[in-house]
Design a protein around this ligand. Structure first.
Ligand SMILES: *Cc1c(COP(=O)(O)O)cnc(C)c1O
Length: 463
């Protein structure tokens, strides 16, 4: 379809309708390294290549939509986090961002530990050979069976999330003749997102035990009394997609105050402190995330300073980045289907996936960028909304973006920075089949999670 066949919407900033977008990039063919995986570039013919494989052959061999993950980039980011924190701290990758057996092996080889928060994630980690003592088990409602399985497997730590769980884990550990290493997750009254954080005395949420009103101190008292538990530290996780470190500063101050209270009351200096995850990544060119070494230095300095003031030995720090490791390493490859220009508004570009492979736009109003990747184009920018194929008007992948006005059905477009919370939150809405995850590296593409089939769907439907 040529541009004249479907008149594009308005193109100039002064007549654009309301939206989240900024002006179109000077060159729509450019790929901002901030939002694209490390090895992404364009071939001589204009097609995008990643890990030495071009997207047209990926689409031919593996179909669309597909998540394409840059293995070298994943490993490099995991290594960067590992080396930024050195041997004095532990990095736990948050498996909920995206977990598969290949990813578990990469993490193991790169020296990272792993957070899981369900029996399914635990099973995946164990089946791919992650040593149990490098696994932390999280969750606000772990079932007795999950707890038993985790203790039997020998997980390195269970993060306790409620008074009931303190007793439950102690009881199960004791009945298995074991003493389980645990941390207590507390809420410190800090909630951080992107460029702001809110610090209150109370926190109204389902996770953790409030510091407020002495509840966290009471939880520590109980845990220290139970033979089945070895209390190794305090855990705090304050938010997601965080760019500003000052929320961590307040959180660390409050956690260290609790450690001091524990020392004064029990004569015990807990050896570990976990500051959680939540570090931000670039979804669009407007985002400016920090490098792991800057984050490591900031967090280590904060904890060291607070402990000096409190006259405590500095505990061993752990962190739990999920999004910041896997997020930037993958993009979702789609084929363009229907193109529908709405006069005076924008052009709706439908792709062969949608909210079933990326729920974040509908769920969090998340912002993404998009690029034409099967070729370059010199056409003018056209304001588009990239939507899926689902029966739901909120089925939006990219709310506002610019693509070349000569975009046509059959073109391939890609949405970068979809490595985290896209495949892991994917659904079968409308019985759409979940896309595969294809790992590329050194000119080779390997399916690490295969595409769902209709047989997969029907196998569960036993009525
Ligand atoms: C979700 C979560 C993380 C990871 O968060 P990211 O935003 O992906 O870094 C880490 N720790 C805990 C306890 C979490 O719930």
């Amino acid at each position: 379809m040529s541009r004249s066949a479907h008149p594009a919407g308005p193109r100039h900033a002064d007549v654009l309708p309301e939206g989240h977008y900024s002006a179109p990039a000077a060159d729509l063919n450019a790929l901002d390294p901030k939002v694209w995986a490390e090895t992404v570039g364009r071939d001589a013919d204009g097609a995008v290549r990643v890990g030495g494989v071009d997207v047209k052959s990926l689409a031919e061999q593996h179909g669309t939509p597909a998540y394409v993950i840059d293995e070298a980039d994943f490993r490099a980011r995991a290594r960067a986090w590992r080396s930024a924190f050195g041997t004095e701290a532990d990095v736990f990758y948050a498996g909920k961002a995206f977990l598969s057996r290949a990813v578990v092996r990469w993490l193991h080889e790169e020296g990272l530990n792993l957070d899981v928060c369900s029996g399914g994630e635990l099973a995946t980690a164990l089946s791919a050979g992650m040593p149990a003592d490098r696994i932390a088990f999280h969750g606000n409602n772990k079932s007795p069976r999950e707890i038993q399985r985790a203790i039997e497997a020998g997980v390195g730590r269970i993060v306790l999330d409620s008074f009931q769980e303190i007793v439950r884990v102690a009881h199960i550990a004791q009945s298995l003749g074991k003493r389980q290493r645990v941390q207590i997750r507390i809420t410190v009254g800090v909630e951080a997102h992107t460029h702001e954080f809110i610090a209150t005395a109370h926190e109204d949420q389902k996770f953790g035990i409030p510091l407020a009103g002495g509840q966290a101190a009471e939880a520590v008292r109980r845990a220290l009394q139970l033979d089945g538990l070895e209390l190794i530290g305090i855990h705090s996780h304050i938010g997601s997609q965080i760019f500003d470190m000052s929320g961590f500063e307040v959180a660390a101050h409050r956690v260290v105050s609790l450690l001091k209270e524990i020392r004064d009351e029990h004569g015990v200096e807990l050896p570990e402190i976990d500051l959680g995850g939540g570090l931000g990544i670039a979804y669009t060119s407007a985002d400016d995330p920090r490098e792991p070494h800057e984050i490591a230095k900031a967090l280590t300095d904060i904890v060291t300073r607070e402990c000096e003031v409190a006259r405590l030995r500095t505990p061993r720090i752990s962190v739990e980045p999920g999004r910041a490791i896997v997020g930037p390493t993958a993009f979702t490859l789609y084929e363009v289907g229907t193109i529908k220009p709405l006069d005076g508004l924008r052009t709706y570009v439908s792709v062969d996936g949608g909210m079933s492979d990326n729920i974040r736009t509908a769920l969090y109003d998340a912002e993404y960028s998009v690029a034409l990747v099967s070729r370059t184009s010199d056409a003018e920018p056209m304001l588009v909304r990239v939507v899926g194929k689902h029966c739901e008007s909120g089925d939006i992948v990219v709310k506002d973006a610019f693509l070349p006005a000569d975009l046509a059905p059959g073109d391939l477009i890609a949405v970068p920075a979809t490595g985290a919370y896209c495949r892991s939150m994917a659904s079968n809405y409308n019985h759409v089949l979940r896309p595969p995850v294809v790992a590329v590296r050194d000119g080779e593409a390997k399916v690490i999670v295969r595409r769902e089939t209709e047989e997969d769907l029907l196998r569960l439907d036993v009525g």
